[in-house]
Design a protein around this ligand. Structure first.
Ligand SMILES: Nc1nc2c(ncn2[C@@H]2O[C@H](COP(=O)(O)OP(=O)(O)OP(=O)(O)O)[C@@H](O)[C@H]2O)c(=O)[nH]1
Ligand SMILES: [Mg+2]
Length: 451
């Protein structure tokens, strides 16, 4: 998929299919999240429609009556069969609708939806059916997420990973289409109109991309190995929780933090600042979302390897978001899926500046082990810095090292790599009590022996 609609001019109508799997407010929250996703793409949400169905698997997804209604909102450009067939849509029950009339007047004129976005996954044939009936572009949740990932990927690895996921998404949709029009929508050139040719091209492209990814991943692995002796902290969590903002605050770096979903797709590694001895590394990772397409989870496996190698995982949540508990479940689920074993972890209830004192207190009672922070509050940033340093210190070993005064340069080196807690000056040597990781200590001792 490649969006053909010009994002800045696109009015989107969002559709929620409320299946029995949705509990409580889940459907509404999910729809609100979809609205944020399409807004991230630059679309303007002009309305939402919900319909209760037993599943999302119906040929036309919606009941025919509802389809006709939506066709009206999209300007009757398609070929919707207005009359429902007998026995069709028996389960249909409209439970909630935001009609266009209820929207602010600037969202009018009536019938102005250029695209329709479903808050569920649609099969290629469902997409085609609904598109034919409505006469406008139709997207499903996965399509929207993949498009955002495509736009936000910056580094070579992220671009490769997203492109693989995109082509995997596009491939079955190509299979279902036979005319050049649709293939052009999928990002194919005007001349490539035969289905066979396109399918082969996608397969070849996928194979090339996968090969390239393996080589880039090997490079990344090498870099991780070089860092493996340092204490590493990884920030993980739902999209928009504030991971990059916290990263920026605790590392003094210029890592981008933005009020859009999936601002970060690449893992960034920086040293904790103020600098510690030895250095502590912090990595910012890709954010998660409910129903993250499986392909994207799989393709970000290597990006999340940073989290896999981390000695401390900081689970960041936007505590001001009423759905943060469900979001945290999603994060746990994805991390489990990619096999991240969290040896040590801390829950960070971020964006506390958006909570009242009572709300903060209630949350601390609910999550007594957690740390309440605001990435915007320097005192909280300091508290988090201190916590990380404390955990890293706990992991270190303390040893006494005897360094003869004649050993040139060693003392300077020790000071730059290790934490010196005690210094005792004797007649011919200096006795240093140092704290460091086991690998650095073993290396130092070996060097001392060779002096
Ligand atoms: N009020 C408030 N806003 C915050 C805080 N932390 C982050 N934000 C804002 O929340 C939005 C998202 O922040 P990011 O740091 O980009 O979130 P992220 O978790 O990195 O998001 P992804 O990269 O999409 O996974 C930005 O607009 C931030 O300015 C906070 O403590 N308080
Ligand atoms: Mg980020």
């Amino acid at each position: 998929m490649q969006l053909t609609a010009k994002a800045s001019l696109t009015n989107a109508l969002l559709i929620s299919i409320c299946t029995p799997e949705f509990k409580g407010d889940e459907a509404t929250e999910s729809l609100a999240e979809l609205a944020r996703l399409v807004t991230t793409l630059g679309f303007k949400v002009v309305g939402t429609q919900s319909q209760k169905q037993s599943s999302t698997k119906k040929v036309n997804v919606l009941g025919l009556g509802k389809l006709a209604e939506i066709a009206h909102l999209t300007g009757n450009k398609g070929e919707v069969a207005v009359e429902a067939e007998e026995g069709d849509d028996i389960v249909e029950e409209i439970i909630d609708e935001t009609s266009f009339a209820e929207l602010p007047s600037e969202n009018l004129p009536f019938a102005c939806a250029d695209v329709v976005v479903f808050d569920c996954d649609l099969s290629p044939s469902q997409l085609r059916n609904v598109e034919n009936q409505l006469g406008v572009e139709v997207f499903d949740r996965t399509g929207i997420i993949i498009e955002i990932f495509s736009r936000h990927a910056r580094t070579k690895t992220a671009k490769l990973q997203v492109e693989i996921a995109r082509l995997n998404y596009v491939a079955p949709r190509l299979r279902e289409t036979s005319c050049g029009d649709k293939e052009r929508q999928m990002g194919k050139g005007a001349g490539e109109t035969t289905l066979e040719l396109n399918r082969r091209k996608v397969r070849d492209q996928l194979a090339d991309l996968k090969r390239e990814l393996v080589s880039v991943q090997n490079e990344m692995k090498g870099r991780r190995t070089q860092r493996s002796e340092l204490f590493c902290v990884a920030l993980v969590g739902y999209t928009n929780a504030g991971k990059s903002s916290l990263m920026r605050s605790i590392t003094g770096s210029d890592v981008e933090g933005e009020n859009k979903l999936f601002a970060t797709l690449d893992t960034t590694v920086r040293a904790l600042f103020p600098i510690t001895q030895p250095r502590i590394l912090v990595s910012d990772t890709v954010g998660f979302i409910k129903k993250l397409p499986h392909d994207l989870v799989a393709s970000f496996h290597s990006t999340l390897a940073e989290a896999q190698d981390a000695s401390l995982l900081l689970y960041v949540v936007d505590a001001s978001d009423p759905s943060f508990r469900a979001q945290l479940d999603v994060v746990h689920g994805v991390l489990e899926e990619v096999g991240v074993e969290d040896s040590k972890k801390l829950l960070i209830l971020n964006k506390s500046d958006l909570l009242s004192a009572e709300q903060q207190q209630a949350l601390m009672e609910e999550f007594p082990e957690a740390m309440m922070t605001s990435a915007r509050n320097p005192a909280d940033v300091k508290k988090l810095h201190k916590y990380i340093v404390g955990i890293a210190q706990d992991e270190m070993i303390e040893e006494e090292i005897i360094v003869p005064y004649t050993a040139n340069g060693i003392i300077g080196e020790i000071r730059s790599r290790m934490s010196v807690t005690k210094e005792e000056y004797e007649s011919d040597h200096i006795k240093l009590t140092v704290r460091s990781n086991a690998i650095d200590l073993a290396r130092l001792k070996k060097r001392m022996l060779s002096l």
